[in-house]
Design a protein around this ligand. Structure first.
Ligand code: GDP
Ligand code: IMO
Ligand code: MG
Length: 431
């Protein structure tokens, strides 16, 4: 098998700039595949100053001649997907058209219903001061329903309209009783109609994407797999329980698409030149001072899905070494380097002090991670605007030194450096 698959994964706590990197790599690929997560994701692509935010549709869709797949591992809110498709159609891109821009949705992907969203809010409320600060999109309850084997999958769209209505109403009726038993808020009846209409609308998009991808693999079509969230939000490998409910790491790409691990050749780990996190959970290098505020303001660090302010801090090489290892990263894509313009000193965390111990890896227990004090290495910053640079050799020496140190600490070569949100503000590095 030729390892024709390229993967783009988040190496921190999400929002690393995966959308931009996927858009950049899309022209070299015939198919772009989302594999896990749902509309908790918000992936931004900026083309000629015009901003597009994708929640479910792969971020490569703006490129002509690519087809897009929402794989079996994604949890789909059909009302959100319908709106996203209609927004693109208004923009002049038709994902229903055969050939270019065509969107295929896996018949095995699980459906997010209103009761999943209700349970998400209800569970958060019940967590009190231990809340996760989820996106409220029903993601956790949808993956729980998958594990409990109580969900409905997108294959129900392949029935006629009346049958879809009957199946959905039966299911919602059953789930309403469960909400009642839990003393959770009730489901609104209007919601049922909205969901049924959306599922009927999505019928032409639903397909056996596992067979489709395997057929294309045999034909030699190149494919790009778009991770959502980030490795530190991984339910197995992240800062549990302050994580999402899927596997945003390499294994999730395989199980979420049905493609074998040996198919993945290049694995891009996207990391910001600093660190951000949105929502609750430990974050050792967080800066709760004017420097953190400056990064937040300069980097316009507000969530693309919920608009929440992102917490900001220095680059943490302990977590990125861990996420590079667990994903088998072959290249780094370092984004938002321009945000560090003008800093006299830039710090990189290379280890943690934890009580009398020095740690070089991230501990499993978040109560321990919360106690960790970062050990910093200081590097001189650069005092110029790098946002217009498109050639590595034109970067200031201090920026090159900083990038080289990140690469050395993580053990991964740099493939892409991003110096602004726009497609053009990119440096491709030689191997
Ligand atoms: P994703 O979820 O990983 O796709 O990332 P988001 O789209 O949630 O957040 C990344 C934000 O940073 C978006 O607003 C992007 O437009 C922006 N962005 C991406 N790369 C760069 C960069 O190199 N410099 C700057 N200043 N902004 C960037
Ligand atoms: P992209 O793909 C950043 C965070 C939430 C919360 C936790 C659990 O844009 O990088 P969930 O709703 O998934 O149950 O919330 O995970 N989270 C993200 N943070 N980027 C994301 O996606 C995220 N998706 C979920 O803030 O802390
Ligand atoms: Mg995002």
């Amino acid at each position: 098998m030729k390892a024709n698959g390229t993967v783009v994964l988040g190496g921190q706590w999400g929002d690393e700039g995966k959308g931009k990197v996927v858009d950049l790599l899309s022209p070299q690929n015939g198919i772009i595949v989302r594999c896990q997560g749902g509309n908790n994701a918000g992936h931004t692509v900026v083309v000629k100053k015009e901003k597009h935010i994708f929640h479910l549709i792969p971020s490569g869709i703006l490129n002509p001649e690519v087809r897009c797949v929402i794989g079996n591992g994604v949890v789909i809110d059909p009302t959100v997907l319908k709106e996203e498709i209609q927004r693109l159609q208004q923009y002049g891109i038709n994902p229903a058209e055969e050939g270019k821009h065509k969107l295929h949705v896996s018949d095995r992907a699980h459906i997010i219903f209103p009761y999943h969203k209700i349970l998400d809010g209800f569970q958060e409320q019940n967590r009190g001061n231990k809340k996760i600060d989820t996106t409220g999109r029903g993601i956790g309850p949808a993956y729980a329903g998958k594990a409990n084997r109580t969900n409905m999958r997108m294959n129900i769209c392949q029935n006629d309209d009346d049958t879809i209505t009957r199946i959905v109403m039966d299911h919602l009726h059953q789930q309403s009783q469960i909400l009642e038993q839990l003393h959770a808020p009730a489901m609104a009846l209007d919601d049922a109609a909205k969901w049924i209409e959306a599922l009927q609308f999505l019928r032409p998009f639903v397909a056996d994407t596992v067979s489709l991808l395997h057929k294309e693999m045999k034909l030699g079509t190149t494919m790009l797999f778009e991770g959502a969230q980030g490795a530190m939000l991984d339910i197995d490998l992240g800062t549990y329980p302050c994580v999402t409910s899927s596997n945003p790491t390499i294994g999730g790409i395989s199980t979420g698409s049905g493609m074998p691990p040996a198919y993945f050749g290049e694995i891009f780990l996207v990391v910001k030149g600093y660190t951000t996190r949105v929502g609750e959970g430990p974050f050792p290098t967080e800066l709760k001072d004017a420097t953190g505020e400056k990064i937040q303001q300069t980097g316009k660090e507000f969530g693309a899905t919920t608009g929440r302010k992102r917490r900001c801090g220095w680059f943490d090489a302990v977590i990125t070494s861990y996420t590079a290892q667990t994903n088998g990263a072959t290249k780094l894509a370092i984004t938002k380097l321009d945000v560090l313009d003008g800093f006299e000193i830039i710090q990189i965390c290379t280890g943690y002090h934890c009580g009398n111990e020095t740690l070089e890896t991230t501990p499993a227990d978040i109560e321990v991670l919360v106690q960790c004090e970062p050990i910093y290495e200081e590097m001189p910053g650069w005092q110029s605007d790098i946002s217009g640079i498109t050639c590595y050799s034109d970067l200031p020496q201090a920026a090159k030194n900083y990038l080289a140190r990140i690469s050395e600490l993580t053990g991964v070569p740099i493939g892409i450096v991003s110096v602004g949100p726009d497609r053009e503000q990119t440096i491709f590095c030689e191997a």
